[in-house]
Design a protein around this ligand. Sequence first.
Ligand code: PEP
Ligand code: MN
Length: 350
Amino acid sequence: MEQKPFLIAGPCSAETEKQVLDTAKSLKELQPDYFRAGIWKPRTRPGEFEGAGNAGLLWLQKVQSEVGLKVATEVAKPEHVEAALKAGIDMLWIGARTTTNPFSVQELAESLTGVDVPIMVKNPVNPDLKLWIGAIERMQKCNVRSISAIHRGFSVYEKIRFRNNPNWQIPIDLKHEMPELQLICDPSHIGGRTAILFEIAQKAMDLKFEGLMLETHISPSEAWTDAKQQITAVQLVDLLQKLKIRNHKEIEEAEIISFRSSLSVIDDSIIQLLHERMKVSATIGNYKKTHNLAVLQSNQWEESLRKNVQKAMISELSEEFSTTLFKLIHQESIHIQSTILNSLDQHEND
Ligand code: PEP
Ligand code: MN
């Protein structure tokens, strides 16, 4: 990649002074725009590491003074804002769980009134664009001057490829409603695993996001939080180098390739289903032979054709297409069953 996007990198959590400083030093050459580290960690369940608290602020100050990077952390309460500002933290973000709660967002916005520090608002955990916009508006109403939005995906109960479903349409709609807003993608929390970080970051670039937040750790496998999704500084450099800022035509071509690969996955399923269906036809053929039944039972076939075409039409397939398709499938079934009956007859005649 020729020019790098606005970049925030650093560990999910500040764990120890050494881990924070070693990670920051590993990023020094890359010079991200901000070094991130969570100090107050919103854990889903109690009893897990909840962050280093105020001690972590001192470590971030060392990142500023010893490594020369600007620093950012998550705030969830006015006390956090107060402590972070007192410590001279350069940028603050509101986490996804906090954005869901207008009371918390309002308190935070009020604690930021008249303060000249950039704020990033992560999307709420649930796919609710209005809640995200509402949180940003609360900041604007309290005169927070520099506001960005971070897209970190949305929770779903079902197991999917992503830790948090990207629902790309939501950040696109946000940008449409608030075009002046800087949009940053957080592939780490969307992906939840390192193997798909690049793909998500590239998609964000193709959708013209302005920046990326990527969790980076000196030793990812030993991370106290979000170990599966963190990468080393070396891996981050590699990811950024592979990123392409594509022009409009290249984006369209990439989209078409991705649509084609979806089609081929669906075609594979169609082949597999037809295979299963023909196996059942063969079983029926054997049964008919044993019980001396005719291959073609026309009443039953006409009724099933009618029902299938009706169902297909509800799924917006044309009558002509679905009639032709089911007739073809039926013809093949009859062919398979006749072959079975003939081969058995042959055997009987032997
Ligand atoms: C984080 O950035 O480490 C974090 C807790 O993120 P989110 O609020 O998106 O879950
Ligand atoms: Mn994290």
